[in-house]
Structure formats: C-alpha cells, structure tokens
Design a protein around this ligand. Structure first.
Ligand code: 13P
Length: 249
C-alpha cells in the first residue's frame, strides 16, 4: 500500500512569529485520516518548526537545497545541513524554482542524488505549462521532466521518492485541474514507472497532486485512484483549511 501524504508548501511566507502561531494551531489540529502530514517552512524557520513539532506526527520538509556537500556557494544550504537539524524531507523541482531560478532537469538530477546520499526523502515536483496543455503536449513534457531527473535512479532508491504533479497553470491561480485531468496524468505517470521499472515500484510510489487544492475540492481530487495526496500552497497557510484538506481523505 502506498502512503497517502498531504504536504504544505509555505513558500516564502511566515516570519518567525507567524510560524510560531501557525505551528501552535497545527499541533492542536485533529487528524481523522491516515495520511502523513508534512509542512515546509522557509529555511530560517526550519529548526524552530522541527523542534516545535518533535512530539507531533507532523513531518518537516525543506523547500530546496544545493547539490554540493559544502563549499563556496554563498547563500546556499546543503543536504547535510538540513539533516543536521533533523530535516529528512526536501521539496525539489518546484515550478517556481524552475521558472525563477533557472533550475533545469540536469541540475535537479544532481540535487536528487545529493538528497538521497544523505538518506533524505524527496518530494519531486514537475508539471506542464498552460501552452503545453493547450497544445496537447502535457504527457510528453511530464515524461521528459521525470525521465531526465529521476530515471537514472536504481529501483531501490525509489522508496525515498514522492512525486508531485503540479500543472503550472493551476498553481496559485484558483484554477484546479479537474479530478479527471489529475487522474489521467497520475495514471500516465504510474504507467511510465511500470514500463521503466516494475509493477511493484509503480504501485508503491506516492503521486501527489498540487495546484489550487482547497477544502472544497480536495475530497473529489483525493477520491481518484491514482491520486495519493496533495502538495498544498496557499491553503496550507491556514491551519483550519490545511487540516480540512488533510482530513478530506
Ligand atoms: P497553491 O495551492 O497555492 O496553488 O500552490 C500549489 C503549490 O505550488 C504547492 O507546491
């Protein structure tokens, strides 16, 4: 059985006091579903979030990292540094990193390797732009993003990979992929894993959907057989909304 996961990507939101306030509410929230819950604050609040959530069953993830172990990379943070404060999961390949920070598939392949070398779990994001979908090219784009960054991995490494399909046109726009569009893409991704690896690997890899997931649409999206959870942006900044989504399974 693959793990259901709901992860909140806080992006560049919440200073320390806002983080404290949100963590306090998250700790008090009641989980009625069997999904794993993950939150990804900014680097400056990671240590604090990890400490605050130590006794809860909410995991803490980073939103990015560098591929090098250490060295002259001003402003960057390594997998080892994240590991040293207890953070075991990292989001890589978010479309905002690809679009605004020129992250390429080749760079992401190096970051994935660096994270796995430190025994971290990777939430790997990918997804097509509106023009790709309008041209009917979404499957080709998604397949190449996944192949280029992940298909050098051995089967045994995939237990540390969580996939997150995030169509760029649905992020922060209020426009969600329909549950059918999400299901179709997730089934396609699983078939890619089946063809390139094995049935077992395809069946055991969690594939999350991200893009304007809200309390009122989560249940329908999560009801689809190949959707194993969500990567939530805006709605994860509100504890009530976030847990309504967590409990939508
Ligand atoms: P929104 O939920 O705000 O659309 O963001 C989705 C996202 O980018 C999560 O990584």
């Amino acid at each position: 059985m693959r793990q259901k996961i709901v992860a909140g990507n806080w992006k560049m939101n919440n200073d320390l006091s806002q983080t404290e306030a949100l963590l306090t509410k998250l700790k008090k929230a009641t989980k009625t579903s069997d999904s794993e819950v993950v939150v990804a604050p900014s680097f400056t609040n990671l240590w604090h979030a990890f400490e605050a959530l130590r006794l809860s069953d909410i995991e803490v993830a980073a939103q990015n990292m560098h591929y090098a172990e250490k060295g002259a990379f001003t402003g960057e943070v390594s997998a080892k540094m994240l590991r040293s404060i207890g953070v075991g999961t990292v989001i890589l390949g978010h479309s905002e990193r690809r679009a605004y920070f020129n992250e390429t598939d080749a760079l992401l392949a190096k970051k994935v390797d660096a994270a796995l070398n430190e025994n971290m779990r990777v939430i790997f994001c990918f997804g097509e732009e509106l023009k790709d979908r309008q041209a009917g090219n979404q499957e080709n784009i998604v397949a190449s993003q996944i192949k280029n960054a992940l298909f050098h991995l051995k089967s045994s490494q995939w237990k540390h990979i969580i996939l997150a399909y995030e169509p760029v046109w649905a992020i922060g726009t209020g426009e969600t992929a329909s549950p059918e569009q999400a299901q179709d893409m997730h089934a396609f991704i699983r078939s890619l894993l089946r063809d390139n690896y094995s049935d077992a690997l395809a069946d055991n890899t969690s594939i999350l959907y991200g893009g304007s997931v809200k309390p009122d649409n989560a249940k329908e999206i999560f009801s689809k057989p190949d959707v194993d959870g969500g990567l939530i942006g805006g709605a994860s900044l509100n504890a009530k909304d976030f847990f309504a989504i967590v409990n939508a399974f």
